[in-house]
Design a protein around this ligand. Structure first.
Ligand SMILES: CC(C)(COP(=O)(O)OP(=O)(O)OC[C@H]1O[C@@H](n2cnc3c(N)ncnc32)[C@H](O)[C@@H]1OP(=O)(O)O)[C@@H](O)C(=O)NCCC(=O)NCCS
Length: 150
């Protein structure tokens, strides 16, 4: 898709982002979605649209002057694997660099038989230069902390 662009979220986009998270229920649990709804006003959200349809979102928080944390990102299933995530990740990094952000951190799931789709996600982040910094157990899953220096 040509000319796809990162845009700031508008108030009317909120319910659609939550709808996309619900569609991506293999990745986002009901608890995560509830947490996202609670945090929707305190985090920074960006979207990208194909005509009027939101096809991608990302959310993050500036955790210090030079460090941002990505909370969630998603591409509408029919638009996945078409390079949209890659193009928009690069645009997001450029935007963060302009705000003097030097390091991006995120959490993602390690290998788990119930969540095979996260293999693509981990590879996606690795291909975008994120490295595993740490890991911890939460119930029966292992959470990875990944970082990238900009
Ligand atoms: C992870 C995610 C954001 C990546 O976005 P995306 O747009 O699907 O990713 P891209 O298309 O840019 O990824 C490029 C990959 O797609 C492949 N690809 C690109 N076009 C393709 C095509 N037509 N057919 C098949 N694969 C294709 C590329 O080969 C590349 O794979 P490689 O890196 O193994 O070579 C998205 O898949 C997603 O929403 N996943 C579910 C939610 C999630 O995991 N969110 C992150 C955790 S919060």
């Amino acid at each position: 898709m040509e000319n796809i662009q990162v845009l700031p979220m508008q108030s009317k986009d909120k319910t659609i982002i939550i709808d996309i998270m619900q569609i991506l229920s293999d990745y986002f649990s009901p608890e995560t979605i509830e947490f996202a709804e609670e945090k929707i006003l305190t985090l920074t959200w960006f979207v990208a649209k194909d005509k009027d349809i939101i096809v991608w979102f990302i959310t993050f928080e500036n955790i210090s002057k030079s460090k941002a944390k990505i909370y969630w990102m998603g591409v509408l299933p029919s638009y996945r694997h078409q390079w949209i995530g890659s193009v928009l990740m690069k645009q997001t990094e450029a935007l963060l660099s302009e705000q003097w952000i030097k390091k991006i951190e995120l959490l993602t799931l390690d290998e788990h038989p119930d969540y095979p789709g996260y293999l693509f996600t981990r590879n996606f982040y690795k291909k975008h230069g994120f490295e595993i910094k740490d890991s911890y157990r939460e119930e029966d899953v292992t959470i990875l902390t990944m970082i990238k220096k900009l």
